[in-house]
Design a binder for this molecule. Structure first.
Ligand SMILES: Nc1ncnc2c1ncn2[C@@H]1O[C@H](COP(=O)(O)OP(=O)(O)OP(=O)(O)O)[C@@H](O)[C@H]1O
Ligand SMILES: [Mg+2]
Length: 324
């Protein structure tokens, strides 16, 4: 099955939990969000995956009612921010890209403060500390929390009011793998136990792959591709990659005679190349034969499945993760 085309029109304006229709937001000459349409259903976990500056935060903040679109329409469970702001605030649980807490409040005091905004009973604070594994840290000042603990506190605040729709902006950025995994486990538990709809933004393809039912790849304010992981990776005929390097210096390399590859890129400085192929097993012997015939010495060889990062590179020439 083919993934939905990047900017496909709506099938229906029906029972989607979140509908975003032709939304635009420009800042002077920056097209932060440049005509995006989405339809997200109840209980779906959606990843907005894209590099720095793709427009992820601008898009989620418009859904959250924090920013106003220049044009287009946003509906959450059929309601708009213009007509149902109070109701939407109760439906949504939000964690922003950067969360500022009061350093001189403890974990428990912070959650109690937020719980009071929603008029929630005290027991809810205990339940949330349990859920996000901060029970042990309940009397610790926020200023003394680790990055991972702070992110879990932000997640706890987002989960306090039992929101039916969660919007998490980079919930694991900057965390080490085990702290990231802890957040993933909390979200997976939530998915198993409730019918929460989730949009999370991330630069980590592993996060999108592991947690989400569908992935929307964004770049420069637009949707480049969308679908399940399988749909995205089967977009091109090539789904496997052979990377190799040779000992000899060759500014260019000709692989004439090798059939079945879709794309060959050669780095003439590092003397290494990348081949996108339909099947490694079918194509590798021939590649080795061609290199041997030209008397090249193989210095390195790596064969692997295509990843979302490879897909992104093939679409944009850039990596998903950019060092900022
Ligand atoms: N208030 C603003 N004024 C001017 N430009 C802005 C503003 N907010 C965002 N932008 C620009 O819009 C583009 C999209 O920014 P946005 O923060 O939505 O990206 P992002 O995908 O969330 O990036 P990151 O992964 O770094 O968080 C960027 O080029 C950014 O510089
Ligand atoms: Mg952002």
């Amino acid at each position: 099955m083919n993934p939905t085309p990047p900017n496909a029109p709506f099938a229906a304006f029906g029972n989607a939990d979140i509908l975003v229709k032709e939304v635009r937001k420009h800042f002077k000459d920056v097209k932060a969000v440049d005509g995006i349409s989405l339809e997200i259903h109840r209980g779906e976990f959606i990843a907005l995956l894209g590099p720095n500056g793709a427009g992820k935060t601008t898009l989620v903040e418009m859904i959250e009612g924090i920013q106003q679109p220049d044009s287009g329409e946003i509906r959450i469970q059929g309601k708009t921010w213009q007509s149902h702001a109070d109701e939407l605030r109760r439906i949504l649980g939000i964690s922003l890209q950067e969360t500022y807490f009061f350093d001189k409040l403890t974990v428990r005091e912070t959650l109690t403060l937020f719980a009071s905004f929603y008029g929630l009973p005290r027991e809810r604070v205990g339940a949330i500390m349990d859920l996000v594994n901060l029970e042990e840290k309940k009397n610790a000042y926020v200023v003394n929390l680790s990055g991972g603990q702070r992110q879990r506190l932000a997640l706890g605040v987002a989960l306090l009011n039992n929101a039916r729709i969660l919007l998490l902006d980079e919930p694991t950025t900057g965390l080490d793998p085990s702290a990231r995994r802890e957040i993933w486990n909390i979200l997976l538990k939530l998915k198993a136990e409730s019918n929460t709809t989730l949009i999370l933004t991330t630069h980590y393809m592993e996060e999108a792959e592991f947690l989400c039912d569908r992935i929307i790849i964004m770049d420069r304010g637009r949707v480049l591709a969308r679908g399940t992981l399988e749909q995205l990776l089967s977009q091109s005929n090539s789904s496997e990659i052979i990377e190799f390097a040779i000992a000899e210096e060759r500014p260019q390399l000709d692989l004439n005679g090798l059939a079945g590859f879709q794309k060959f890129t050669w780095d003439g400085k590092l003397n290494q190349g990348q081949l996108l192929v339909d099947s490694i097993v079918a194509r590798l012997p021939k590649l080795l034969e061609i290199l041997e015939r030209q008397r090249f010495t193989l210095r390195a060889l790596e064969c692997r499945k295509m990843t979302l990062d490879d897909l992104f590179i093939s679409m944009t020439g850039r990596h998903l993760r950019q060092e900022s």
